[in-house]
Design a protein around this ligand. Structure first.
Ligand SMILES: NC(=O)c1ccc[n+]([C@@H]2O[C@H](COP(=O)([O-])OP(=O)(O)OC[C@H]3O[C@@H](n4cnc5c(N)ncnc54)[C@H](OP(=O)(O)O)[C@@H]3O)[C@@H](O)[C@H]2O)c1
Length: 94
């Protein structure tokens, strides 16, 4: 099974990648990432890193490298700060 994983450089994604590489039914992992993966993943033969600068735009070259994927695990995390309700709740309690 070929798995596509995003967020592989993150807290959860790193552990998901570790477990995926140990799983006997997963033959390869494509890590969709803004930057190269750190060691030891960068030299693991089961991992292919596809660099994407903007996750809202995928070039034909990137899409061609995603062909044949059986499953997708998406762990990109976006921070939303400051919280829009922070002043309302921490101020006068309304
Ligand atoms: N941490 C927890 O305990 C926990 C528990 C339950 C659920 N979750 C959920 O799991 C998900 C991941 O959480 P996390 O703690 O692993 O987050 P994290 O450590 O901050 O990792 C975020 C990942 O998303 C990537 N990313 C962030 N912004 C991006 C963007 N604009 N375009 C492309 N990639 C981007 C980061 O890549 P770069 O390295 O390039 O920045 C990184 O790989 C979130 O949805 C979170 O709600 C987390």
């Amino acid at each position: 099974m070929k798995v596509l994983l995003s967020g592989a450089t993150g807290f959860v994604g790193t552990e998901v990648l570790t477990q995926a590489l140990l799983h006997p039914r997963i033959t390869s992992v494509i890590a969709l990432s803004r930057k190269p993966l750190p060691a030891p993943f960068d030299t693991n033969a089961k991992v292919q890193t596809v660099i994407v600068e903007d996750f809202e735009s995928y070039s034909p070259s990137v899409l061609s490298q995603l062909k044949g994927v059986d499953a997708c695990i998406w762990y990109v995390s976006f921070s939303i700060s400051p919280l829009p309700f922070s002043h309302s709740y921490m101020g006068d309690g309304t």
